[in-house]
Design a protein around this ligand. Structure first.
Ligand code: ADP
Length: 268
């Protein structure tokens, strides 16, 4: 049976196959629309860094290679462009897995306070480069154990912190806090005093590839997928994510997590 590559034929085939099954065909159509839209976005995202890298390579081939200083400069820039492509492809890979539900959560009990401290250590340099201070509410010297996928929650907190650094004001501060809630839950808050988000953009913030300022985000090396990934991970845990923001004042992203079930033995 020949493989169908033509989209129109494919849609017709699907329709024939699903004759009478109204609900199923609607789902298929939505999926098809979604796929087309996704592919369009992906090629658009990859185009800019690819052309940039190609530009540096062509300049090198065009003679810049003979000059040691220029050679280094352009190779460094080409390398940065490739780094960016890798970053985008990694995010794309993750979002695809999250959206098709192919990513299983590996829940364990872990100390969220320790995890946040580790992430701070990893991001300290990046924050310092933008003159942003990362602070942690030190009232929480005692461990707080949650039940979640540690690696994925690390990704969530990192994405939120990286954003607060990217969109923060120089000499700004980002504070992380963890608070106990009723019903065996905790809430993690990431608060910055950066540029904030205009009201009209807030409802769409967690859509993939959605950005408030296209050029600003791209020059900061964003893939436009950070918050979509965050939302998927939190919802896969059965939890909620919230955002409050005011333009020129700052933003607060917060999410809930389940505490460790108390009948389990103490872990250190
Ligand atoms: P990216 O940062 O790669 O563009 P994200 O999905 O992480 O993609 O964020 C989407 C958009 O939300 C960003 O482009 C930015 O406009 C806005 N945004 C996210 N976090 C913040 C923040 N802490 N302060 C201000 N704007 C933010």
């Amino acid at each position: 049976r020949p493989v169908t590559t033509d989209m129109k034929t494919l849609t017709e085939e699907i329709e024939k196959f699903a004759e009478g099954k109204k609900i199923e065909i609607d789902t298929l159509k939505i999926r098809e629309e979604y796929r087309k839209d996704f592919l369009g976005n992906v090629s658009h995202e990859l185009k800019t860094p690819l052309f940039t890298v190609q530009g540096y390579i062509l300049t090198l081939l065009d003679g810049a290679m003979k000059d040691k200083k220029l050679r280094e400069k352009y190779l460094q820039r080409a390398s940065k462009g490739v780094e960016r492509l890798i970053y985008i492809v990694k995010d794309l890979d993750l979002i695809t897995k999250l959206e098709v539900g192919g990513l299983k959560l590996e829940r364990t009990d872990f100390n969220i306070i320790e995890l946040i401290q580790n992430i701070f250590d990893l991001l300290e340099m990046k924050a310092a480069q933008k003159e942003i201070t990362l602070t942690f509410d030190m009232e929480y010297e005692n461990p707080i154990y949650v039940n979640a996928d540690r690696e994925k929650i690390q990704q969530v907190i990192s994405n939120l912190l990286v954003n607060s650094i990217k969109y923060g004001s120089p000499n700004g501060t980002t504070e992380v806090s963890v608070e106990n809630l009723i019903k065996n839950k905790v809430i993690v808050r990431v608060t910055d005093n950066g540029e904030g988000i205009p009201k009209q953009h807030i409802p769409r913030l967690f859509e993939r590839f959605y950005r408030v300022d296209q050029s600003g985000s791209r020059s900061e090396g964003g893939s436009g997928l950070g918050l979509a990934i965050v939302k998927h991970i939190i919802e896969a845990h059965g939890e909620k994510i919230y955002v409050e923001s005011e333009e020129g004042v700052g933003s607060e992203f917060s999410f809930t997590l389940e505490k460790r079930r108390t009948n389990l033995p103490e872990q250190h």
